[in-house]
Write a protein of this length. Structure first.
Length: 285
C-alpha cells in the first residue's frame, strides 16, 4: 500500500488515478497467454460461467479504482483500516450464498473491525464535520465490491479450476482496462505519462503490480482451503503492517512515504490497530 501511495504521489497527483489501473490491466493481460499455455482447458467452462467470472474481474478493478481514489487524498494508514469492511461483507455474502455460519464471536470480531476502521477516520479534538465521508463511502464500497468479487471467484474456483477461473477473471480486468482506454481523456493521460516518465514509471509500477499480483493470487488460492470469511479476516491484518511500515518510512525514508507522527495521531492510529487486531483474533480463533 505504501508503494501504491508513492506512485500516486509521484506520478498521478495531477492526473486521474484511473490511469494507474490501466497498468494493472496491462500486467494481467500479459499473463493470459502464459496461463493458457500451461492450462489449455481454460475454454472449457460454459458461457454463463465465463460471464460471471469475467464480471468478478470487472468488479475487482472497480474496487481498486475506488481504493486508489481514496489513497490519492489520504495517508496510507488512514485508508488501510477501511479494508476491514471486506471481512464483514464477506461474512454476510458467504452466509447467504455458501451457507457459512457466523458464530457470536465472529460477529463480535467483525463489529470491532468496523469500529477500528471508523475510529481512525475521525480527527479527535476537532469538529465532527471532519469525519471523512468521501473516504468512508469510497472504501466501504470498495470493501463490498471486493468481497463480492472474491465470493464469485471462490464459487467457480471450486467448481471449475483455479487457473481457469483466474484466466477469465484476468480477462475481466483486461476488459475494464480497454474500457478506460476508450475514454479520450484517460487515453491522452496514459500516453503522456508514458512519454514523460517511461523508465521510472514502468520499472517502479511493474514491480508494484507484480507484488500485488503475487499477493492477490495467494489470497485467492487460500480461498480453496478456508472459508471466505476467515481468509478475508486474516487478510485484514494489512492495517497493522501499513501502520508499522508507515512509521519506518517516515523516520528512515521520508522521501518514499510520510505519515503524521504527532502524539495524538500515533495514539489514535495505534488504538485503532489494536481494536482491529482484537477483532481479527476473535474472528480467526
Amino acid at each position: 500500500m505504501h508503494l501504491d501511495k508513492y506512485l500516486v504521489e509521484r506520478f498521478f497527483k495531477a492526473s486521474d488515478v484511473a490511469i494507474m489501473v490501466l497498468f494493472t490491466a496491462l500486467v494481467v493481460v500479459l499473463a493470459l497467454p502464459i496461463i493458457w499455455y500451461f492450462e489449455p482447458t481454460v475454454l472449457n467452462p460454459g458461457f454463463g460461467s465465463i460471464a460471471l467470472i469475467v464480471l468478478a474481474g470487472i468488479l475487482y478493478m472497480t474496487g481498486m479504482l475506488f481504493y486508489l481514489r481514496a489513497l490519492q487524498n489520504e495517508e496510507a494508514s488512514v485508508v488501510a483500516p477501511f479494508f476491514q469492511t471486506g471481512p464483514l461483507f464477506g461474512y454476510v455474502l458467504a452466509y447467504l450464498v455458501l451457507g457459512e455460519t457466523l458464530s457470536p464471536r465472529q460477529m463480535l470480531g467483525g463489529t470491532l473491525i468496523i469500529v477500528g476502521a471508523l475510529f481512525v477516520s475521525i480527527r479527535i479534538g476537532r469538529s465532527m464535520k471532519m469525519f471523512k465521508t468521501r473516504l468512508a463511502v469510497l472504501m466501504v464500497a470498495c470493501g463490498f465490491i471486493m468481497a463480492l468479487s472474491s465470493l464469485i471467484f471462490k464459487v467457480f474456483a471450486l467448481k471449475v479450476e483455479f487457473w481457469t477461473t483466474t484466466f477469465w477473471m484476468f480477462v475481466g480486468e483486461g476488459i475494464f482496462g480497454v474500457a478506460l482506454l476508450m475514454i479520450p481523456s484517460y487515453r491522452r493521460q496514459f500516453i503522456a505519462l508514458l512519454r514523460t516518465n517511461t523508465a521510472a514509471l514502468l520499472s517502479i509500477n511493474a514491480s508494484n503490480e507484480l507484488i500485488n499480483l503475487g499477493g492477490g493470487l495467494g489470497n485467492r488460492y487460500a480461498l480453496l482451503f478456508a472459508p471466505l470469511s476467515i481468509v478475508q479476516a486474516i487478510g485484514s491484518t494489512t492495517t497493522l503492517f501499513v501502520f508499522a511500515f508507515g512509521i519506518v518510512l517516515s523516520v528512515f525514508l521520508p522521501g518514499l512515504g510520510r505519515e503524521d507522527l504527532s502524539g495524538r495521531e500515533l495514539a489514535q492510529k495505534g488504538t485503532a490497530a489494536v481494536i482491529v487486531a482484537i477483532g481479527v483474533a476473535l474472528v480467526t480463533r
